[in-house]
Design a protein around this ligand. Structure first.
Ligand code: NAD
Length: 490
């Protein structure tokens, strides 16, 4: 499929569900609207809302496809996943444009990154297909034992709006690589790139029913999470919704659940840190995707000896970033708008309430008078009981506090129900490793923060999540171990 024949663009948006390898109108006639955050103009009021009959149709198609997909040779399955990855890459700009219309993420600053993440995830997981072996225990007491990783059957991925295609790679690729069928439910705020994947799914050669896309809001998500014939839900989103998903999973068929949830991640900078390096990581980590990143470094703690110098450089670097706030359609734009009016009101609400009792180091203002642009904003000397200290804001807003000792800062860094990401900046390897082991967090950066790799587990501790994506862990979370016991004396 050449770019010329890719059927979707901003002028021809996908507005049908993708079920059993066909684009079809939903049985439920309801639709919802989406808006462009650059100016709040209507993008479409025709996005389909998959209802119970549509969800049942997709689940039935997936069930019918499962035996064939599970049994397909490893070579053939790998070929299909790799072809899909190549197609996503070939249409990267078109897919990113479909996302940008409602997310507002500039291509060079974020759109390309998240499409690459999807492509790389499919390539990485395709490589596992014939290498994800079980174990064999030699004869003992007359029995040999073999363990196998069995696919679960019909699985579903419910994803958020802040990485609409990257998160598809993290969920669909390991699910499909291990022989499951997969139903994708994109966020109601960013449905188009996900729906457009249908054309590429078919072109890549996935058999009908193996990989399907159902747009809809939380009601569609709830239908999947509570469905009696869906065997696993991999969810990325907020903590309150994640808890609902887990409850629905338990109360229906005890389906397996993976939860990738929110964060309030601490960056801890010691006196001996390389200042430029620490500032660069901390600034990028709170401005990428306009701060709408689960693992954003939103709490920065700097030791007293370099606090003033760090503060000066952090402020200057964020103000430099703010100069790159512009229309996401402009390729030189560094930061686009927040995703929509609701998110803009949420973030500016935190900033306005925070400003009543705290000092703003930089930012705090809306940019322009249309669209949902906001300056990167830093509060200093924030008390631990303030909401801006405790709650995930999900915008380019951080708090900057000083500390004296390692013991003190670890207590502060860990005094939260979140546990997704943390970072320590120091030249002392002993301290780096000690602090890394003390952080209550699923991921820790040493002299870096807010990053991930496809071959190592990605996810949070405490209320930031349950289970892991990426690496071998993702494959394990999409399979069930089976023990085969062989009686050698028979
Ligand atoms: P959200 O919880 O509002 O929605 C996430 C998805 O869940 C959407 O597709 C939504 O339609 C669906 N949903 C809503 N109600 C549902 C219900 N009752 N049952 C089933 N599904 C339902 O989250 P959001 O606003 O889209 O995303 C932002 C959140 O996601 C932030 O908290 C962020 O930290 C988190 N996030 C986490 C990670 C991670 O990997 N840990 C990555 C990205 C985003």
């Amino acid at each position: 499929m050449s770019p010329a024949t890719f059927p979707f663009s901003r002028g021809t948006l996908p507005t049908q569900l993708f079920i059993n390898n066909e684009y079809i109108d939903p049985k439920d006639p309801s639709t919802f609207s989406v808006f462009n955050p650059r100016d709040n103009s209507l993008v479409s009021n025709k996005v389909p809302q998959a209802g119970p009959e549509d969800v049942d149709a997709a689940v039935s198609a997936a069930e019918a496809a499962f035996p064939q997909w599970k049994a397909i040779t490893a070579t053939e399955r790998r070929r299909i996943l790799l072809k899909f990855a190549a197609l996503v890459q070939e249409h990267a700009e078109a897919l990113a444009e479909l996302t940008r219309l409602t997310l507002g993420a500039p291509y060079n600053a974020f759109g390309k990154f998240e499409i690459d993440l999807c492509t790389n995830a499919f390539e990485y997981n395709a490589g596992w297909i014939d290498k994800f072996a079980g174990e064999a225990y030699p004869q003992q007491d007359g029995f040999m034992r073999i363990t196998r990783h069995e696919p679960l059957g019909v699985t579903a991925g419910i994803v958020p709006w802040n990485g609409p295609i990257g998160t598809v790679g993290l969920k669909a690729a390991p699910a499909l690589a291990t022989g499951n069928c997969f139903i994708l439910k994109p966020s109601e705020k960013t449905p188009f790139a996900a729906l457009a994947l249908g054309a590429l799914i078919k072109e890549a050669g996935f058999p009908p029913g193996v990989f399907q896309v159902l747009s809809g809001d939380g009601k569609t998500g709830a239908l999947l999470a509570s469905h009696m014939r869906v065997r696993k839900v991999s969810f990325t989103g907020s903590i309150p919704t994640g808890k609902k998903v887990q409850k629905m999973a338990a109360e229906s068929n005890l389906k397996r659940v993976t939860l990738e949830l929110g964060g309030k991640s601490p960056a801890v900078v010691f006196d001996d840190a390389n200042l430029e390096n620490a500032v660069t990581w901390c600034v990028n980590a709170i401005t990428i995707n306009t701060g709408q990143a689960c693992f954003a470094a939103s709490r920065v703690y700097v030791q007293e000896g370099i606090f003033d110098k760090f503060t000066e450089k952090y402020k200057a670097a964020l103000e430099e970033k703010a100069k790159g706030i512009n229309d996401p359609e402009d390729p030189s734009t560094v930061m686009g708008p927040l995703v929509d009016k609701a998110q803009f009101q949420r973030v500016t609400g935190f900033v306005e309430r925070g400003a009543q009792t705290n000092k703003i180091l930089t930012g705090g203002q809306r940019v322009g008078d249309k669209g949902f642009y906001i300056q990167p904003t830093v509060f200093t000397d924030v008390k631990q009981d303030e909401e801006i200290y405790k709650e995930e804001i999900f915008g380019p807003v951080s708090i900057l506090n000083s500390f004296k000792t390692e013991e003190e800062v670890l207590k502060k860094a860990n005094a939260t129900e979140y546990g997704l990401m943390a970072g320590v900046f120091t030249q002392d390897i002993n301290r780096a490793l000690r602090v890394a082991s003390e952080f209550e967090s699923g991921m820790v950066g040493v002299n870096c923060i807010s990053l991930n790799f496809l071959n190592t587990p990605f996810g949070g501790s405490k209320q930031s999540g349950l289970g892991r994506e990426c690496g071998r862990d993702a494959l394990e979370h999409f399979t069930e171990p089976k023990t085969v016991m062989i009686n050698l004396t028979y």
